[in-house]
Design a protein. Structure first.
Length: 250
C-alpha cells in the first residue's frame, strides 16, 4: 500500500514539473516550495505578501534551482478576474500545470460555537475552503493539460474527528476532505489529475504556536523535516493514487 511517509525523493524527483503552491511565503508552504525547487520543480509561488514571496524566490535562485515565478494573491480579497489572470499567466509561461498544493489557511479563534463571531466564521470558511475551491476550479484546465497532475489539499486531525472549540477551522478542514473526495471521483478515469489530502501533523509553524501557545515549540518538527510526503504526493511517486487522505507523520 502506498504511504508517502516512506518515500525518499530522488535528486531529480520533480524535474520538469510545474507546481503552484499557495501559502508559499511561510511555514510548510515555504518549506515545500524550497524542497520542490531543490528536486527540480519549476515553482509558482502564491501568497498575499509580495515581499515574503520575493525572499523565497531569492532563496531558490541562490540555491541554483530553476527560477520560480511569483504570483501575489490575497485569498480573502481576490476576485474572479484575479484568479483568471493567474490561470492565463501560468498558461502563457508554462502551457500547463503539473501540481497544485493548497497550503494557505487561517486559524480563526478557538472558541465555543455558541460564541463564535459569524463574520469571522465566514472569513475562515472563505479563505480555507471557498478560495481553495475557486482556485482549483480556475486552474483545472491547466492541470488537465498535464500528462500527470496532482492536487493536494492540506488537512488536519481536527478535520477528521471533531474537536471542541476548533470552530470554523475544523469545519473548513472537514469540508476540504469532502471537496477532495468529490473532485477525485469526478476526475478519476476521465483525466490524469489525481486529488488527495495530507495532514502535516504537529509542526513548528506560526499557526501551531497560535493554537498551542503553551506548547514546547522548539520540540516540534521543523517544516523542512516534513516535506518528503508532500513531494511524494505532488510528484510521480503517487501516480494513480487519488481520493485518499494521508498523514505526514506517524
Amino acid at each position: 500500500m502506498f504511504d508517502p511517509r516512506d518515500h525518499l525523493p530522488a535528486a531529480d524527483e520533480l524535474a520538469g514539473r510545474v507546481l503552484a503552491i499557495t501559502g508559499a511565503s511561510d511555514g510548510l508552504g515555504r518549506a515545500v516550495a524550497l524542497a520542490a525547487a531543490r528536486h527540480g520543480a519549476q515553482l509558482i509561488l502564491i501568497g498575499r505578501n509580495p515581499h515574503k514571496l520575493e525572499a523565497v524566490h531569492a532563496e531558490i535562485a541562490a540555491a541554483g534551482a530553476t527560477a520560480a515565478s511569483i504570483a501575489p494573491l490575497d485569498l480573502e480579497k481576490a476576485l474572479a478576474r484575479d484568479y483568471d489572470a493567474l490561470h492565463d499567466a501560468i498558461m502563457e509561461r508554462y502551457g500547463r500545470l503539473d501540481g497544485l498544493l493548497h497550503s494557505a489557511g487561517i486559524l480563526g479563534p478557538l472558541t465555543p460555537l455558541e460564541d463564535y463571531d459569524v463574520p469571522t466564521w465566514c472569513r475562515v470558511l472563505h479563505v480555507n475552503l471557498t478560495a481553495a475551491f475557486a482556485l482549483t476550479q480556475v486552474l483545472l484546465p491547466a492541470l488537465k493539460k498535464s500528462p500527470d497532475a496532482a492536487v493536494l489539499f492540506t488537512a488536519s486531525s481536527v478535520g477528521r474527528r471533531g474537536r471542541a472549540y476548533w470552530g470554523a477551522y475544523a469545519v473548513s478542514k472537514f469540508a476540504l476532505e469532502g471537496l477532495s473526495q468529490v473532485l477525485a471521483a469526478e476526475l478519476e478515469n476521465l483525466t490524469r489529475v489525481r486529488v488527495n489530502t495530507l495532514n502535516p501533523g504537529k509542526a513548528r509553524t506560526a499557526m501551531r504556536r497560535q493554537a498551542y501557545p503553551a506548547e514546547n515549540f522548539e520540540a516540534l518538527p521543523r517544516p523542512d523535516e516534513l516535506t518528503a510526503p508532500y513531494l511524494a504526493l505532488l510528484g510521480p511517486a503517487s501516480r494513480g493514487i487519488t481520493g485518499q487522505a494521508f498523514d505526514a507523520q506517524r
